[in-house]
Design a protein around this ligand. Structure first.
Ligand code: GLC
Length: 713
């Protein structure tokens, strides 16, 4: 049979296979189910008879925070053997799992990865995750999560790349390239790569009140200009799958919206991969009360453009009848199956369907991955305050290491970790003792606050490790107050009262309220939930082995009363809206982060200052390291469309570069602002480029004040 011939192109093989399939066999490809490891039950009979689209390897929908056994290679290969040899067409099953920030070696949470402002580092990170997945027989990760988030109360802010469309788009491309690699001349992916999944399409982060799964009301103008850019970039980068979201967006559940899934995603953006629903989001159309039963749910979702149903069985039970009754066309079914088969051929699943047990054993040595993780983790951490006590002086003799995060392991990994596979991390105490063998490290082994205060009095310097549990982040884990967990602010205040230099480390999966501890801290390092090498990376920064350069990918409010607060707000008809009881300025702005050295950004030049439609301008500055040690700076370029037919943000990030400079070194840094950066979705959702004046600012956070301008004629 031609479709089994690997020398043919992907499309030739799909075109040969599709007509050979019966209605039931086509529908089977539109189904993803969970098969209990070792207990496949009657599933194997179904696979023998009609095949199966996909097997999800997570047993529960809240896979991010529960320990669960993931199927082993032998189990995966056995199901695959049945699909390839006992099902007459031999169509492989694609195995999917949430590998959100690493499989065994865990990297920082995606919000922390975004703080690197370093797409190359992110691509390498996701490439390592892909290699680990591939070697263990996992073909598909339900990542990257591209949901723009303005509300830190939302538990899933942890899982995305923050508040900015441009940063989110750059991170999306990096993650997808890391997972999928590049297609070869025949349209096939190379080994050690897996299928990516841009999720959750779309507007999930706009949940009312920051309450996960809640309704979102987002105008089409805002949806297209703020929430869509990361997905648009993902499609342009060739992402092979997109996951439809749970929430009701503007009166339609995203998993039942033909406008979102077909008109916008597939037709307007040209997405040619396949759409998978979120966990049970097809059947949940009944809970949204837009479908009276499973049959209506199947019809609505499939007609809207959901090609594969995750876990529930609406398609399995009703799609055949819907097609035979002509309610769903065979053309639509063939379209869905074509999309799914294309990805399976592209992945090489027909030609390399089995996980190589020997190869999986080869990656027992995680040292190379650990080194990469240690590096990218240090690049993710953000120095928010430092009056000079960091890096720790080389002659420090006694350090008090106190706080709830001194001996944490699992919490360092963050949410969305497959516990049974994850590599156990070092604790902060272990990492500090390993790096400072000659320094006396004082700790409070009983974890009692009074002990902590007592040892603080005896030390030269105090390191206070605070933060929130991984269980307070992720799916379904939204909070009403952004305060650190009970007691931590009081501890910081009491320790500060002992009058010793105090460096605070915060381990969290979201912006937490730092307003009351900031005045007591001489230094504050935001470490996120940093993953397997988090403790070692944090110590590298404390000791000055790494000079921090992370930047905030999300605004830090003074408290939840300011939410939503984000830098790319619009101009308003009157002076900026205010509160009578709190400043409107957040505690820390988007793009902010300090270094152990200092950088000056000067000599901004925009050329040319007048351009015709379709042309670009070059914006350049000189960046100088005016401090005493080498360091990296994330130089950021912001743009304002001065007058436009639809209201626009006062400024938007349109370029960033992370550069390394030796002390005293200067370098010119250039940004190109072209039609794509100047255009936006205007009236009626049309992509427009309007003539007029533009301003640009370049600096080291969103408050950049070095200004230039140009005219688009
Ligand atoms: C979950 C999440 C989604 C995940 C899927 C499979 O409910 O919403 O992000 O990929 O189910 O675990």
């Amino acid at each position: 049979m031609k479709y089994k011939n690997p020398s043919l192109s992907v499309q030739e093989r799909v075109n040969d296979l599709l007509p050979r399939m019966t209605l039931e066999e086509k529908i089977a490809q539109c189904i993803q189910i969970y098969i209990p490891p070792d207990h496949p039950g009657e599933i194997v009979d179904r696979i023998r008879a009609v095949g199966l689209g996909s097997r999800i390897l997570g047993a529960v929908s809240l896979a991010g925070n529960v320990s669960q056994r993931t199927a082993g290679i032998e189990d995966l290969n056995e199901i695959q053997r049945i699909a390839m040899n006992e099902f007459h067409l031999g169509i492989p099953v694609i195995h999917g799992l949430d590998v959100i920030h690493g499989l065994r070696v865990i990297f920082p949470i995606p919000l922390g990865l975004a703080a690197t402002f370093d797409p190359d580092a992110i691509q390498k990170t996701y490439n390592i995750a892909a290699e680990e997945c591939f070697r263990l027989g996992i073909h598909w990760s339900f990542a990257p999560m591209l949901d723009i988030a303005h509300d830190p109360r939302w538990g899933r802010i942890v899982e995305g790349f923050g508040e900015d469309p441009y940063l989110g788009a750059k991170m999306a491309v990096a993650a997808i390239k890391g997972f999928q690699g590049e297609l070869d001349e025949n349209g096939y992916q190379s080994q050690d790569h897996i299928l990516a999944c841009a999720k959750h399409y779309i507007g999930y982060g706009g949940a009312e009140g920051g309450r996960d799964y809640n309704t979102a009301e987002i105008t089409d103008h805002t949806l297209r200009n703020i929430y869509l850019p990361p997905f648009r970039a993902a499609v342009q980068a060739g992402v092979g799958s997109v996951m439809s979201a749970f929430e009701d967006l503007n009166g339609e559940p995203a998993s039942g919206s033909r406008y979102l899934l077909t008109d916008l995603l597939k037709e307007e953006l040209g997405f040619n991969g396949f759409v998978i629903s979120d966990w049970a989001s097809v059947a949940e159309l009944i809970h949204h009360r837009v479908a009276a039963n499973e049959r209506e749910a199947a019809q609505i979702a499939f007609d809207a453009g959901v090609d594969m149903e995750m876990v529930t069985e609406c398609y399995a039970h009703h799609l055949a009848d819907l097609v035979m009754e002509g309610i769903i066309s065979m053309e639509r079914l063939d379209d869905a199956v074509r999309r799914i088969l294309t990805q399976k051929f592209q992945l090489g699943l027909f030609d390399h369907p089995y996980a190589d047990v020997q190869k999986s054993l080869e990656i027992r040595d995680l040292s190379a991955y650990h080194a990469a993780a240690r590096e990218v983790t240090a690049r993710s951490m953000v120095l928010l305050k430092n009056n000079g006590i960091l890096p720790l002086p080389g002659d420090v003799r006694r350090i008090a290491l106190i706080g709830p995060f001194v001996n944490q392991r699992r919490a360092l990994l963050g949410t969305w970790v497959n516990d049974v596979l994850a590599d156990e991390p070092q604790t902060l105490e272990e990492a500090l003792r390993a790096s400072c063998p000659d320094v006396e490290i004082l700790t409070a082994p009983n974890g009692l606050m009074d002990e902590m205060i007592m040892i603080a009095a005896e030390a030269d310097i105090v390191l206070l490790a605070l933060g929130e549990s991984n269980a307070r982040n992720g799916e379904y884990n939204s909070i009403a107050s952004l305060n650190l967990p009970a007691g931590q602010e009081e501890l910081a205040q009491a320790v500060a009262g002992m009058g010793k230099p105090l460096a605070v480390l915060v381990f969290a999966g979201r912006p937490v309220t730092l307003t009351r501890i900031l005045p007591h801290a001489d230094a504050l390092l935001y470490a996120w939930h940093p993953g397997s090498m988090g403790a070692a990376a944090a110590v590298d920064i404390l000791l000055g082995k790494v000079n921090p350069a992370g930047k905030l990918p999300v605004t830090f409010p003074r408290g939840e009363g300011q939410i939503p607060v984000h830098y790319n707000h619009k101009s308003t008809g009157r002076d900026h809206p205010r509160y009578l009881d709190m400043p409107v300025e957040p505690l820390f702005p988007f793009g902010f982060g300090l270094s152990y050295t200092r950088f000056e950004i000067t000599d901004l030049v925009v050329e040319p200052v007048e351009i015709p439609a379709g042309a670009s301008v070059n914006v350049s500055v000189t960046v100088t390291n005016t401090g005493e040690c080498k360091g990296e700076e994330v130089v950021q370029c912001y743009l304002q469309d001065c007058v436009s037919r639809r209201t626009r943000p006062e400024r938007e990030l349109k370029g960033f570069q992370r550069i390394a400079l030796q002390p005293g070194e200067s370098r010119r840094v250039e940004f190109t602002i072209g039609p794509d950066e100047m255009s936006y979705y205007g009236a009626g959702g049309s992509w427009v480029l309007e003539p007029g004046a533009f301003k640009v600012w370049v600096g080291n956070d969103c408050k950049a004040s070095l200004e230039g301008s140009f005219l688009l004629k």
